[in-house]
Every structure is written in C-alpha cells, then in structure tokens.
Design a binder for this molecule. Structure first.
Ligand code: ADP
Ligand code: ZN
Ligand code: ZN
Length: 734
C-alpha cells in the first residue's frame, strides 16, 4: 500500500507552480479537487488539491501541514477540474489564479461547499383563520400574515417580508410554533408546467435540430451560422429542452446579460425555474447558490456570461455559445482566456456537442467550418416574413456633414418619421466631441496621463479621458494662447442627439450609451420605451447593436464606419463587418423592409460591397485568404507579451531582455520572436507600455516554447520590476 504523505496544492498566488503540504497527520488524504486550508507565510489561505504523492523535492521536515480539509469530496467535478488544468497550461497562467476564477467568491474562502437552502414562508389554513382574531397588540404578526395572504398562496422569502419589519425572523419563528405559517424549503423543480409553448420550427431550424440531436452524447462542434432573426435562439431553446429530456444539462453562454434582457426573458419563459442565470448582478450568496444548483444538477440549464464557461455541471449535455464572435468572450486582464475556445475544449473533454452560433461568425470559426473541423449548420432566411434591409453606402468624400449627418441621412430620417416608423443612429463615440481644439494656435486637450485626447462632455461641462477615466472641468479659454477660440471637433452621441433634436423638434429622440445607463435594468427600461413606440429616433453606440429585436425600426444610419476598418489591428475589417451586419440586423425585423445607410470615407473597400450583398460568407472567404497570405491567425499562432511601468523605457527594456532570453529556444522550436515595440498608445493612466509578439505555425511546439520561456522569465530578476503578462491568442494587438 502506498503511503501518500504529500499533497500538491494550487494557491491563490501569481506563481506558475504548486505547493507541497504534509497530510500524514490526517486520517485520509484529501481528494484531488477538494479545498484545503493551509499556512502560507503568516497567513492561512484556501487552496485546491491538484495531486498527491509519497515524496516531495523538499525534506518532509521542511514542509508545513495542511491545517484543515474543507471538502470531504472534490468540490470541482472531475471533468471541470481537467478543463481548468488544461486552461492553465494552454494560457500559461498560474493554476491558482485559474482555479480561483472558477470558484464563486464564497468558496474562495473557507465557507462550506453547500450553501444554506433558501427558505420561503407560506401562510397555513390555521393562519388564515387566525388572521381575523389577532389581538391589536400583535401588529407585527398581523402584518406578516397579511403580506403572506396577499401573495395568494405563493411562498415568500423572509427578505421580502422584512422591508417594514426589522425583527421579522422572530415574528416568523413565533408564528411557526403556533402553526400559523409553514416553512417551504426550495427544492429542485423540473420544467414548469405553465411554460410558454415553442413555435413549430421551420425546415432549416428542424434540420439543425436533428443534426444536434443525432450528435448527443459525443463530442461534435457545430457552427450555427444564421443571419439575425433567422431563428437561432429557437434552435438553442429546442436543443436545451431536448437535452433536459435526456436528463442532461445545457450550458448557454451569452455575451452580456445586461444588454440582452430579451434573450434572458425568452429562456426564462420557456424554462422557468429549471434555469440558473449567472450574471454580474448577483450577490455572492446568490452566485454561490446558482453555482451549487449547476453542480448538483438541479439547474437543468445554466446561462451566463464569459466566466460561466467554468460553471460546474453534474451531467453536461451540450454547450451553446451565442454570438460566438463577440469580443466579450475574451477576458482582457489577468487570466486572459477565450470562453468560446474553452467551451469547445470543454465539450471535447466531456464528450458532448457544442454549438457556436452567430450571424457573423469569427473568421477562426469560419476557417474551422471550411476545413471540416466544425459542422456548418446554416439558417439562410429570416424566421418570420421579414426581409433583409437594403444597404446603401454613402461616400463621405462627396458629402458635406453637419454634426456628423449628411443630407441623405437627414432625408431618410425625415421620411421614416413621416411614415411613423422608428430609426436608429449609430455613433461610435460617447460624449459630445472627441476633440477640443484651439482654432487659433492648434492646441488640443490631451490627457496628462495617456497618449490620448480628452472628450468633451458638454452637459456636465467636463473633459473626460475615455482611456483612464480622468476628468477635469472643460476649459473655456485656450490654455496655450488664452483666446476664446476653443472648438469641439468631431461627433459623439451627445452632439448627434442635440443636432437631431434641433432638426426634428417634433420627434422623440432618445440616447443610449454607457453615460446614460447606470443600473442594469435601465437598459431594459429604455428598450421597453423603444418597443412601446415612445421613441422615434434612437441614438447610441455599438452597445445597441447586440441582439435586440426592435420591431418598429426600419432605418439604421451608421455615421462613421471607418474607425474599425483602418485600425492597426489585423482584425479591424472583421470587426467592422461584424458590427455593421449586426447593426443592419436591427432594421426591419418585421414586415417592412428596412434600410441601412452607412457613411464612410472609403466606399471602395470590397468589404462594403459584400455588406451590400449581405454576403458574410464571401467576405470571410476573402479575408481568410488575406490572413493566410499575411501569416495571421488562424493560420499562425500568436502570443503577445505585454509589459508596463511607470518609468519610461523600463517596459521595452524588459521585453528586449525577454526576447533575448528566448532566442535560442525559439529558433529550435520554429517560433518567431518579433522586435519589442511601444504599444500603439504608449502611455495610459500614467504607465508606459510595450509589447512583444511571438508567433509560430506549429501549435504544439509553440506551447512547449511558451512554457519554458515564461518559466524562465518568471524566475528572472527583471520580471519583478515591471508589470507583465502573456496573452495567448490575443484578440487585440494593443
Ligand atoms: P436569431 O436568434 O437568429 O436572431 P430568433 O430565434 O430570435 O432569431 O428569431 C427571430 C424572431 O422570429 C423571433 O421573434 C422568434 O420568436 C421568431 N421565430 C423564430 N423561429 C420561429 C418559428 N419557427 N416560427 C415562428 N416564429 C419564429
Ligand atoms: Zn490657442
Ligand atoms: Zn487618460
């Protein structure tokens, strides 16, 4: 019999290694995937057991002992645990930090794995009878019973009773001993009986549904490629319900929950309490409960944003990634994972199908569909009677603009108003004007902490840097020449809103951008106002383009399409195409055919011709050829090392030494290390930033190289002097 005396524990520290602890004082060696409380320097921290062994590289006497075993069973299911180990290795990120990401905040501490059950209260028959005879001095009891009566038989949590009564727990306890109220412990309901009936799937949806059903129980990646409104969400719902019927769970990832209230409402309507939603608005307790329901399997469908890809599942059946091209699936700091990519890996490890859905799939997924790694399911027409909008490209070189609006745009908005229909105007910057410039001496308002201009927010009279958030009162005279010749140049959403109010005084104009949206339900309220036709013209940023179904919108105007297209990033045109298609998808979702007007300074770009044809496949094909010729992903693997420091030059020096350190290893591994360069915006929030690209055509050797390289850098003395990170498969090259 082997005597395992050591466990290797992942700790919440930023080191790419495990830590050995003794367990020979325990009756039983803790399971892999269980949490333990261990001493670390002068603290006690919670770690996760990753392995156990008989020996350590250190002498046993030097090792500290595990203080307490927190889980007598593995907290993380085996399938998820394997996924997390894979992710730590793939992203070359400290395992301790990766495991933390997967745990709800509560469980990062030494709380018990199982949350306290939710207790609800219901009035009993005796309570109803008693209500009329309660003596006046028991006002609190009466109040509670009346509230429970008004719930019409439904059980309520004590929280909802406590708004007017501070001591509701005592009152409830007293009522319970008298038998006037009953405790209801929430159990695990299945699909509700009164859920909404699904529509009959059309032929294309049916075909997709059959393919997914046939793949049940095996690893099979699908690309569900269907234009906006083609009925993808119905396919997801159908797939989720079939998965539940097979006794398995569905995991559904969506880009941003606050921006997609309609989607959530549809899932709730169809699935009721079988659904657990994981979103950033949950309290720690609520999140812990939802996590637990997923782990125990009582949540048949788990829906959430990026981090939900790590939700534990008792019986995984399918993973669905909606809007798979969306940038929000990439974590942009710390553990920089791509949730869509992890979803595919997870499906592979769990041996289940995965569905990536989008109207404008990422070029990575298009390439995988083209080379046969993904099965390509297409929904080629809109589900209802709606037609695709007519797209018109307007040449900014030939048109005069007033506040960003050309005459054809103003004309189209006017006609739309006369028809009594709604329109949407996209501006890609918030604020009033992105530049404050002196017309006399040429001075511009720059952020003192960033290599960036300050944006004028005229309503609040402030100049705000959108990169670091720094604010200052907007200057009224030029700080350089002291003249009153400052001019706000360019357009933000506020300026366009003001202009539209001036041009169309009779119209109801509403603006939606992150400046007007504070609370998450504000978005839902604003969207409801649009659906109730209380708004004629809606002005907003890209945040409007995601997944909203505005039945009354028949005109969409995009005021400045060029910013994405000609950025330094090789993904610029892909982004632009995706955004414009999503935006066009907002026009004419019902019977009326919509129109989309796009203002651009580069109308000759072939991307616009494809956009006019609604030909995403054609665009993707051409763009992929370009990527292949230029040696870009998905044909070549990229990793970007970033560094930053408050000292000028320190970041780039660090990257230069990192590049040098990797040189020999790289040449042996078919890896190319590029020259370190300052980031496109070198200074941000007072820090100087630089970046280093490494690339390879050989994925396996690339990862072996990265592992050795990063280990070496982590151990080097230079690494302690700057902030640095490695971004595997970067989505943004800055
Ligand atoms: P997508 O997710 O591709 O944008 P949705 O699933 O939201 O498309 O469908 C667009 C609209 O068409 C929705 O209002 C939906 O209720 C409706 N719809 C989808 N499929 C059907 C169907 N088979 N029969 C009737 N209506 C449908
Ligand atoms: Zn001046
Ligand atoms: Zn700034």
């Amino acid at each position: 019999m082997s005597a395992k005396r050591i466990v290797q524990v992942a700790l919440p520290v930023r080191l790419r290694r495990l830590f050995d602890y003794r367990v020979d004082h325990l009756a039983k060696v803790p399971d892999t995937g269980a949490r333990v409380l261990v001493p670390l320097q002068k603290r006690k921290v919670v770690g996760v057991v990753c392995a156990s062994s008989e020996t350590s590289a250190l002498p046993l006497s030097k090792l500290k002992a595990v203080s307490r075993v927190l889980d007598d069973k593995p907290l993380l299911p085996k399938e998820l645990f394997r996924l997390l180990l894979w992710a730590a290795a793939y992203y070359h990120h400290p395992i301790g930090d990766v495991l933390q990401t997967a745990l709800p905040v509560r469980l990062r501490r030494d709380s018990p794995a199982e949350p306290k059950p939710v207790v609800l209260w219901r009035i009993s028959d005796a309570g109803r009878e008693h209500l009329d005879t309660i003596p006046a001095r028991y006002a609190a009891q009466r109040q509670v019973l009346e509230l429970l009566v008004s719930a019409e038989g439904a059980a309520l949590p004590s929280k909802s009773l406590s708004s007017t009564l501070p001591n509701v727990a005592t009152v409830l306890a007293r009522l319970e001993t008298q038998g006037f109220v009953e405790k209801v412990v929430v159990d695990t309901p299945g699909l509700p009986r009164d859920r909404e009936a699904p529509p009959t799937l059309n032929r294309a949806q049916q075909a997709a549904s059959v393919s997914l059903e046939e793949a049940a129980g095996t690893y099979a990646p699908f690309l569900l490629d269907g234009i906006t409104g083609s009925g993808k969400t119905e396919v997801y719902l159908d797939c989720a319900c079939r998965t539940i019927a097979r006794g398995r769970q569905a995991l559904v990832l969506v880009p941003e929950i606050a921006l997609t209230p309609q989607l959530i409402a549809r899932f709730e309507g169809r699935l009721g309490s079988a659904l657990a939603v994981l979103h950033s608005g949950l309290t720690d307790t609520e999140r812990h409960r939802a996590w637990w329901r997923a782990r125990e399997g009582s949540a048949a469908v788990v829906l959430g944003t990026r981090s939900a890809v790590f939700a534990p599942l008792a019986r995984p059946g399918v993973i669905i990634v909606d809007e798979e091209h969306d940038l929000s699936y990439k974590q942009r700091e710390g553990f920089r994972y791509q949730a869509r990519d992890i979803a595919v890996k997870r499906a592979q490890l769990a041996d289940i199908p995965v569905v990536l859905g989008s109207a404008t799939p990422s070029l990575e997924s298009m390439a995988n569909a083209a080379n046969g790694r993904y099965r390509h399911l297409k929904l080629e027409s809109r589900a209802g009677s709606a037609k695709l909008p007519k797209v018109e490209i307007l040449d900014l070189n030939r048109l005069a603009l007033n506040d960003g609006l050309s005459a054809p745009v103003v004309g189209a908005l006017k006609e739309c108003l006369l028809r009594g229909e709604q329109s949407l105007v996209f501006v890609n910057r918030r604020g009033f004007a992105p530049v404050i410039v002196c017309t006399d001496c040429g001075w511009q308002a720059l952020c003192p902490r960033c290599d960036a201009r300050q944006t004028l927010h005229r309503a609040s009279g402030r100049a705000i840097c959108h990169h670091c958030g720094r604010q200052a009162p907007a200057p009224s005279t030029c700080p350089q020449c002291q003249k009153e010749t400052l001019f706000p140049a360019g357009e933000g959403t506020q300026r366009v809103e003001e202009a539209l109010v001036r041009i169309f005084p009779e119209a109801a104009v509403m603006r939606i951008d992150s400046d007007v949206l504070g609370a998450p339900d504000e978005m839902a309220r604003a969207l409801q106002a649009v659906r109730d036709r209380k708004v004629d013209i809606l002005v907003g940023t890209q945040m409007l383009s995601k997944g909203h179904d505005f039945a009354g919108v028949t005109l969409v105007c995009v005021l400045a399409a060029d910013q994405g297209l000609y950025s330094l990033d090789f993904r610029g045109s892909e982004r632009l195409f995706q955004q414009l298609s999503q935006v066009s998808g907002r026009a004419g979702r019902r019977e009326t055919r919509g129109a989309v007007l796009v203002q651009t300074a580069h109308p000759e770009d072939p991307a616009f011709a494809r956009l006019r044809e609604h030909n995403f496949a054609g665009f993707a094909k051409e763009a992929l050829v370009e990527r292949q010729t230029a040696g870009y992903p998905p044909y070549v693997r990229f990793a970007l090392m970033r560094a930053e420091s408050t000292q000028s030059g320190a970041a780039i020096r660090f990257l230069q030494s990192a590049a040098l350190a990797g040189e020999n290893l790289a040449s042996r591994s078919a890896v190319e290390i590029m020259t370190p360069v300052p980031s496109p915006m070198e200074r941000r929030a007072g820090r100087f930033r630089a970046q280093l690209l490494v690339r390879s055509k050989d994925e396996r050797r690339f990862h072996r190289f990265l592992e050795d390289w990063v280990q070496g850098i982590e151990a080097s003395r230079e690494a302690a002097r700057v902030r640095w990170s490695l971004d595997v498969d970067p989505q943004e090259m800055y």
